[in-house]
Structures are given as structure tokens and as C-alpha cells.
Design a binder for this molecule. Structure first.
Ligand code: CA
Length: 132
């Protein structure tokens, strides 16, 4: 799998079990140039992440079936997904939790409740990097 063409839509995978947050993020970020696909649990997220190339993965820490840290560790150990920027969504702000996410290979984290502008800034920054 190569990189997606820089002029294609910026594809985001959101793994989040709370429907309200899924809808909020989807509505906030989706436009003609940004596409958001959602998974409601860790197993579904893992399957989707392996099925196609994403430009960004937003991964909740506390998820049913397979927790976010485990999903992160798996994605970061597989060649086809290891290079995809992955940010954890976490309600936990304890330093040890951030360290666990970082050790699992996450590129960064966003603390809940997050502001829409934080997510949009992140997406903008990654889109600029993708364009080079
Ligand atoms: Ca959750």
C-alpha cells in the first residue's frame, strides 16, 4: 500500500464507542476534502484500519471488546498501518496514562472533552504535511 495521492480526500478513521462523539466529530470535520469513517469498537476499528489507507486515526482509549491501547499497539506493529498518524482520545489526564499511550506507539493524544478547534488544527497540520 502506497501513500494516498495528495489531492485525494484526507481520510480519517475515528474509533469511538459513544455515538454522540462520533456524530459530533464527523459533522465537525467532514467536508468535500475530509472524509470520516467511524468504528464503534476496537475490533471493528482494527478491521477498518487494515482494509484501506487512512491519513489519520483517532482512537478512543476506553473501548468495548478491544481497548484503544491494545489496538494502537497492534496497528503500530503492522507494516501497513505503522506509519499512519495515530492520536489517542483520552479522558484520562494522568501522566502515567499518557506514557502508556506513547509507549504503545501513539503519535499524540487529545484530551476529552476536546474543543472542535483542536481537532481541526490537527487535521489542518497533517494535511499541510501531506501536501509537503
Ligand atoms: Ca469510550
Amino acid at each position: 500500500m502506497g501513500d494516498s495521492p495528495p489531492d485525494g480526500p484526507f481520510a480519517i478513521l475515528l474509533v469511538e464507542d459513544e455515538p454522540v462523539i462520533r456524530e459530533l466529530v464527523r459533522t465537525m470535520l467532514s467536508d468535500g476534502e475530509v472524509q470520516v469513517e467511524c468504528a464503534a469498537n476496537g475490533a471493528e476499528g482494527l478491521k477498518l484500519a487494515r482494509s484501506r489507507k487512512f491519513d489519520l486515526i483517532l482512537l478512543d482509549v476506553v473501548l468495548p471488546q478491544l481497548d484503544g491501547i491494545t489496538v494502537c499497539r497492534m496497528l503500530k506493529s503492522e507494516p501497513s498501518t505503522a506509519s499512519v498518524p495515530l492520536y489517542m482520545l483520552t479522558a484520562k489526564t494522568k501522566k502515567s496514562d499518557v506514557e502508556v499511550a506513547t509507549r504503545a506507539g501513539a503519535n499524540g493524544y487529545i484530551v476529552k472533552p476536546f474543543r472542535g478547534s483542536e481537532l481541526m488544527d490537527l487535521v489542518e497540520r497533517l494535511r499541510r504535511e501531506r501536501r509537503g
